[in-house]
Ligand binder design. Structure first.
Ligand code: ARG
Length: 587
């Protein structure tokens, strides 16, 4: 439990107590409390309870109100409509609860889970020897944010980057490298850009040979067999592709301002050794059956066009293993070796059928159960301004790097416009441009529900008005600037002061931070945290409009307002950090 009990939780508890004192037979009845425009909160739970107890709801509500005794907390509780309660809390309770939150360090009152588990997050999974494109963006951004949020609530997360580092396509590449040694540079000698350009060159040249030269094609096919049988020299060449690709991956992740750890890059190939065992176990248990030589799993409800069942192929008729076998083996590893309690996959929604079949197979095998669950956060597509899947003007997929570079460029221009007024150095302009540009890309992604498509529109993303990260970053920097200008005055909570409407609204919203983070993490819903932060910044804007901070009527009022905006800044900073977005001090 949290060390800080939110105001909402306090009100909830008092109401629940009053309810059970009025109706002793309904021990833990839910007052159904929510924030409301008319008062601070509204409770609707009495209606259903009255119905159950065959009582008049308004009378019951009146009895409940009589049982509420907490004058420090409740300013006013009023029965309204058919039996709702409109609840107003005292200003003192708001300020005191916020002061407790402010004293809670970086946690800011976010509760810790009672029974944290181990969640394996499968995200940011590019493919070896291939360029990363816009499709890889969402998995990385959403996965990273989910990890941040889950870790913060005490869950232990382990990352798995299930990179595509295996398959028949490597035969062609390796054979080419075998015939043209030295085409890939040692990883320590190249940067990300050079690494990718080497890989591209090798890919194009080998593809051209493969398509034009029958004999090369045959040698490439033999190379696949050598790779699969673990031939040492072949594996060494394969490793060169993996190493060169990693140099490139790291450079892109760095651009994304995202930390990726080497020990968590565990690609498809890592499960090769376990795949025969996976097949054997599934066949022995009768989960998988032989069909035309292949080992497959059937599902009643999964059928193709002609109503034929579509099976999951564990092992092909030629003995080869594919994508499904590697995922099934990965599940065994994650459940039995890593002791996962939750498997979370952040993968394009277009793979949802694959995961549905893989999860169901694992359930039948007993690898997944009510204690170990799997979940695919199938995310939607990134669309262009025209509403179609995002492509270049030439109709090609957009390189992730180009996209990020452009975002940073646009953002730097935005930052530069205001730089002189703020007094930023060139170095700060460049750094902020990066944080604003990358933040814009991440925020646009995270503020949309993951399962929906969204439009990649840089103009909108770096706009200073509206639901953008820049708006939030400016809100933060503006508070920081006020705090710097405050000189003698410091943020101090004054519970004895009356609050203006804008202060109350901001305060009540700040109170919801803990519950919001906790719920958004539990529901894998970063967009709920994003929406919360946007509302927080909007409340702040209203406060500035209505309540002078540094020029308030009394010095106590200034201190109290500084306290409110300081807590807002800390909340913005922490919330954005959980989403993987930076908040520059001066902007
Ligand atoms: N590398 C794959 C792709 O680009 C995604 C891997 C997803 N994760 C998994 N466990 N299958 O399509």
């Amino acid at each position: 439990m949290a060390s800080v009990t939110s105001l909402t939780a306090q009100v909830h508890q008092r109401l629940a107590n009053a309810l059970s004192a009025t109706l002793p037979e309904t021990a833990d009845a839910d007052p159904l409390l929510r924030r409301s425009d008319r008062a601070d909160y509204q409770a609707n739970g009495i209606l259903a309870l009255a119905k159950k107890a065959k009582a008049n709801p308004r009378e019951l509500a009146t009895q409940v109100v009589e049982k509420i005794t907490a004058p420090d907390l409740f300013k006013d509780v009023e029965v309204s409509g058919p039996g709702f309660l409109n609840i107003t809390v005292t200003d003192k309770a708001i300020t005191e609860t916020l002061a407790a939150r402010a004293a809670d360090g970086d946690r800011l009152g976010v509760p810790l889970k009672d029974n944290p588990g181990i969640t394996i997050v499968d995200y940011a999974q590019p493919n070896v020897a291939k360029e990363m494109h816009v499709g890889h963006l969402r998995s990385a951004v959403i996965g990273d944010a989910l990890r941040g949020m889950l870790d913060f609530t005490g869950e232990k997360t382990i990352g798995r980057h299930h990179i595509g580092d295996w398959g028949t396509q490597f035969g062609m590449l390796i054979q080419y490298l075998f015939e043209h040694p030295g085409e890939l540079a040692p990883p320590e000698d190249v940067d990300g850009e050079q690494a990718m350009s080497n890989l591209n060159r090798v890919y194009k040249a080998s593809r051209a040979l493969f398509d034009s030269d029958e004999e090369f094609k045959e040698r490439a096919r033999k190379r696949v067999v050598a790779l699969q049988s673990g031939d040492k020299e072949t594996l060494e060449l394969w490793q060169q592709f993996v190493d060169e690709s990693k140099v490139y991956f790291y450079s892109v992740f760095e651009k994304l301002d995202m930390e990726i750890r080497d020990e968590e890059i565990v690609g498809e190939s890592a499960y090769n050794e376990g795949m025969p065992e996976t097949a054997r176990l599934l066949e022995e248990m009768g989960v998988a059956v032989r069909s035309e030589g292949a080992l497959v799993v059937f599902f009643d409800e999964i059928r193709g066009k002609d109503d034929q069942p579509v099976p999951l192929i564990v092992q092909k008729a030629d003995g080869g293993f594919g994508y499904a076998a590697s995922d099934l083996t990965a599940i065994r590893n994650r459940v039995f070796d890593l002791h996962a309690t939750t498997l979370l996959y952040v993968v394009d929604v277009r793979q949802s059928l694959h995961f549905k079949m893989v999860f169901e197979t694992a359930r039948r095998a007993g690898w997944l159960s009510e204690h170990v669950t799997a979940h695919n956060m199938g995310y939607g597509t990134v669309l262009g301004a025209d509403g179609k899947p995002f492509k270049t003007r030439e109709g090609e997929t957009v390189r992730l790097e180009d996209l990020l570079d452009e975002a940073v460029e646009r953002a730097t221009a935005v930052v530069r416009e205001k730089a002189e007024k703020v007094g930023l150095t060139e170095e700060e302009i460049v750094e902020n441009g990066r944080y604003v540009g990358i933040g814009a890309v991440k925020y646009a992604d995270l503020s949309t529900s993951p399962n929906r498509d969204y439009k990649f529109d840089l103009d909108q993303m770096v706009s200073l008005n509206g639901d953008t990260s820049v708006y939030l970053q400016y809100a933060y920097a503006r508070i920081k600037s006020i705090l710097r200008k405050a000189e003698g005055a410091a943020p101090v909570a004054h519970p004895e002061l009356e609050l203006a409407p804008a202060e109350r609204a901001l305060g009540l919203h700040l109170d919801a931070f803990g519950d919001t983070v906790f719920d958004a993490a539990a529901e894998y819903a970063p967009h709920k945290l994003a929406a919360y932060l946007y509302q927080l910044a909007s409340h702040l804007t209203t406060l500035y409009d209505q309540c002078p901070v540094l020029k308030a009527d009394t010095s106590e009022q200034t201190e109290n307002r500084l306290f409110l905006v300081d807590l807002t800044a800390r909340t913005l900073h922490q919330g954005m950090a959980l989403l993987g977005i930076r908040t520059p001090e001066r902007l």
